[in-house]
Design a protein around this ligand. Sequence first.
Ligand code: UT7
Length: 313
Amino acid sequence: MQNFKGIRIVGTGHYAPDNVVTNDDLSKIVDTNDEWISSRTGIRRRHHVTTEKNQDLAVAAAKMALENAGIDKSELGVCICATVRADNLTPSMACMVQSILELPGNMPCFDINAACSGFMYGIEVARGLLMQSDKKYGLVIGSETLSKILDMTDRGTCILFGDGAGAAVIELSDNNYYSVLGSKGDDKVLQCPNEQGDRYVNMLGSDVFKFAVSTVPKTIFELLDKAGVAVDDIDLFVCHQANLRIIESVAKKCKQSLDKFYVNLDEYGNTSSASIPIALSELNQKGLLKPGMKIICVGFGGGLTWGGAYIEW
Ligand code: UT7
């Protein structure tokens, strides 16, 4: 059993396939245009796999996170991969990452699906398992190849999503850390059936939008309450990258400058469970994360689910 209840992130990594699909590319497939997509969503490009499997993305992001953390792999106590669409029903993506990166055998490795909130769920599950373990590090990955489940004739969804993976190595620590997770079972607003011929993402876009602009600020205020911190004291907000207008609305509701909200959806589109860890990894790579920074991350998505964390860097 461990004494610490909080976590800190000690390493980050991300990966996106080389193949870039621009708004202009999509306008040749469906009735849309760059002006509509960029003004309604903020998205300009996204990356789609060609030959890569989902596990290839997960492995690349995990490898970078482990190198960035500089830890001895034998000190890992759990590996979790959040994904909506694993390559196989079994073995799990996490087990394949374990195999390919030769991670220790004496730890739990498994996938979770909480849609776009998956990475935040993963962090909290990993924290809980580490508290019962004698190992102090956990590897949490969010990895998606949503392009494989997009209806490329549906302009309401095919323009939004991209492929990518992000990963973080977490360490149990005495840092302040608080989490909020939730769900509201609903199969109307956002769904992707697993049936042949009907296995595409479909959603009621404006309903998801309304859900997001109310749930994300609510989650932020719950986290602030738990942490006993004022909203002005937060240095950085990393929200799920679904739509710039959602992030703008959240910033406004929190009375915060948009500058405090990291945005990279112009480059990746919505990468579901990968969007928050990709953002954290980019921030880390750019040297924008300083010790002691107070960060709030919030994801939301299918389920419907939501999940957020207050983290000190
Ligand atoms: O990870 C969580 C998953 N999803 C989300 O977070 C999505 C949240 N929702 C959204 O981001 C927005 O609702 C969308 C970007 C999906 C749609 O934006 P909107 O402002 O809510 O547009 P809308 O669905 O109300 O559609 C407005 C119009 C419609 O035409 P009419 O009926 O007014 O003639 C649509 O048919 O825009 C049309 N439209 C398009 N036009 C050009 C919808 N998609 C497109 C498109 N290009 N790609």
